[in-house]
Design a protein around this ligand. Structure first.
Ligand SMILES: [Zn+2]
Length: 237
């Protein structure tokens, strides 16, 4: 992410504290708050060495640790609107990989060199952003009509640490993975970012405006902070 964008955007990062976890498909995951002094990471790992080794060993024995690169999704389920898409892979080693999808049958086909997983993920993420545009943009438009709050520009990005952001230049960015959240949480994120079109920071006035549009904002905010584990592995890579 470019620095000029970073410096002029509102961070709605979900990481508020240092969190050390061992997740299926990922192994060891360390989450740190934005602006965290990364030189401290080695010490944190060293201090927790025993805990890490014990848990990694346990999970390896259970067989629940896998390598994310080896997992191609067979289904893609959007909790936001209940859609489930089936993904099928056709291996033709010498043909350039292509993705086609059919909205009637909710089927996705990847044909070509499917052993190139990085390329599969790239095409699936491109497809995901198209679905974001199809589902999230009209949703945002409806909320803009209802609230009178409107961003001049909207973009969908694969972001690692936030669900959305709003830049001083008037660009509202949404995380491509939002579709994996429940509908109330998605609606909350859209409202949160729309409120930044009026109040740039997280001031009292900002939260008052959020509350007017979504009285249950506290609980939903907590839910979104904890919901990043809903993002499938192939989206995070
Ligand atoms: Zn915010």
């Amino acid at each position: 992410m470019k620095l000029d964008y970073e410096s002029s955007s509102i961070s709605c990062s979900w990481a508020k504290r240092v969190l050390l976890r061992i997740l299926p498909d990922y192994g060891l995951v360390l989450t740190v708050p934005k602006n965290f002094d990364r030189s401290r990471i080695n010490k944190i790992l060293e201090d927790n060495r025993n805990w890490i080794e014990r848990h990694l060993e346990e999970q390896a024995l259970n067989g629940s640790l896998g390598c994310p690169e080896d997992i191609l999704p067979k289904n893609i389920a959007f909790e936001a609107n209940g859609e489930t898409w089936q993904v099928r892979y056709f291996e033709y080693p010498h043909i350039r990989l292509r993705l086609t999808s059919d909205s009637d049958s909710r089927g996705i086909q990847l044909a070509g060199d499917t052993s190139d997983h990085a390329n599969c993920y790239r095409l699936l993420k491109q497809w995901l952003r198209d679905q974001d545009k199809r589902i999230l943009l009209p949703w945002l438009e409806k909320l803009s009509d209802e609230s009178g709050l409107r961003a001049t520009r909207v973009q969908i990005k694969t972001q690692k640490s936030r669900w959305g952001s709003y830049s001083t230049r008037g660009t509202l960015s949404l995380n491509a993975a939002l579709l994996f959240l429940p509908a109330p949480a998605v609606r909350y994120v859209l409202i949160h970012e729309l409120c930044h079109t009026v109040h740039h920071g997280h001031s009292m006035q900002f939260w008052n405006l959020v509350r007017r549009l979504e009285p249950n904002y506290r609980q939903l905010n907590r839910e979104t902070e904890e919901a990043h584990e809903k993002i499938p592995g192939w989206v995070r890579l």
